[in-house]
Design a binder for this molecule. Structure first.
Ligand SMILES: [Cu+2]
Length: 379
């Protein structure tokens, strides 16, 4: 029988342990901030986000498919000990919507059509900034959204221009809006893309609320011979981002600008103290002593991750973003900027230990941070 390993992914801010602290907002109201160091690491299992197939199979051949994917407000558990958080989530239904959203799987040269549907309520859950150019419906009701497939080579009408936003039921639409259904050609090389909200002035808050997900273009004829780990268990998308929370579980975003005397609300960047991987804070994963493929996306607003495996194992870097490398590169450390994707193979059969932490040591507000781990159990 194979030995099982736990891959504990803890991209954690190494915060000073302590009490939750109270902040004040601009009206002087007390905000009870969660101190992320109070959340126990490695208690939640790393989820595999649901998959949505962007093609049908007819007579054994993949053919194009039309999908409907909605945006819903719902509750999401980011950690066992954190109260449920109100989020905006993509999904084929409110019940199945997740943060991050489902992973869309497309096939090279087979078109995927998506009708993105806005089911969001009238008011945002985060403090959006009305003092910058922003999509604002005439009725002042509803949350403008539009979806951009990041890395996709598609026509402008399907590209999610910031001014092509729409509200619930396409009731109100931005000046460049043209169509309800987007066409993704999937004509480009196989690789990793991601989709996210892109509405003018609201992109930041809509992403922070949860509107983002992975998109894979596969090319079985080309990729089969590469012999990379495959199937849901061994080929996994890993979406990492940072958030801050209040003690009631809600997402916290400061609404005071960095230079409030110049601009009341503007902040160039968002940093959170809790690292979320596939929708869970510092999760863990049990792995077998074999090779795994991880398609790692940094979906943070501003944070960089420089990650390594605590027991000295290497990453075999096979692809980045939407293209394969000419040949694999073996790396000890991996630097990931916001929106960057690293597609790596990790061979746990080479592990000298039963646990490994995925550690992040990128500076963050002048503090060192993250971690990735692993542990074992005999089976
Ligand atoms: Cu993007």
């Amino acid at each position: 029988m194979e030995v099982l390993l736990f891959l504990w992914i803890s991209l954690a801010a190494l915060l000073t342990a302590g009490a939750n602290k109270a902040n004040h907002d601009d009206e002087g109201i007390v905000i009870n901030m969660l101190n992320a160091s109070r959340l126990r690491m490695f208690v939640d299992e790393l989820p595999n986000m649901p998959k949505v197939q962007g093609y049908d199979i007819k007579n054994g051949v993949p053919i194009s498919k039309k999908l409907k994917i909605g945006m819903f407000q719902k509750k999401w558990k980011f950690h066992r000990d954190l109260p449920p958080t109100t989020v905006f989530a993509y999904g084929t239904s409110k019940r199945t919507a997740t943060v991050p959203g489902p992973t869309i799987e497309a096939i090279h040269r087979v078109k995927t059509y998506v009708t993105w549907q806005n089911h969001l309520p009238k008011k945002h859950i985060l403090p959006w900034d009305p003092t910058i150019p922003t999509a604002i419906p005439v009725s002042k009701k509803g949350i403008p959204t539009v979806v951009h497939l990041h890395g996709g080579i598609d026509e402008p009408e399907s590209d999610g221009n910031s001014n092509s936003w729409f509200t619930v039921g396409f009731k109100e639409r931005g000046p460049t809006w043209t169509q309800k259904t987007y066409r993704y050609h999937n004509f480009q090389q196989p690789g990793n893309l991601w989709y996210h909200d892109h509405a003018m002035g609201l992109t930041r808050v809509n992403l922070l609320a949860g509107l983002l997900g992975s998109y894979i273009i596969r090319h079985p004829d080309l990729e089969g011979p590469l012999g990379l780990p495959s199937g849901d268990e061994f080929d996994r998308t890993v979406v990492i981002f940072d958030r801050s929370f209040r003690t009631d579980g809600s997402i916290y975003m400061n609404s005071t600008g960095n230079n409030p005397s110049i601009h009341p609300q503007w902040q160039p960047e968002y940093f959170g103290d809790t690292i979320i991987v596939n929708g869970k804070a510092w999760p863990r994963l049990t792995v077998r002593r074999r090779k795994y493929r991880f398609r790692i996306l940094n979906a943070s607003n501003a944070r960089f991750f420089r990650i390594f495996l605590s027991n000295g194992m290497r990453f075999i870097h096979v692809a980045s973003d939407s293209a394969y490398n000419e040949r694999p590169v073996v790396l000890k450390k991996l630097l990931l900027a916001p929106s960057e994707i690293a597609d790596v193979v990790v061979d746990f059969s080479t592990s000298a230990s039963d646990e490994v932490i995925l550690v992040n040591d990128a500076p963050y507000h002048s503090q060192p941070m993250i971690q990735l781990t692993k542990s074992t159990e005999k089976s």
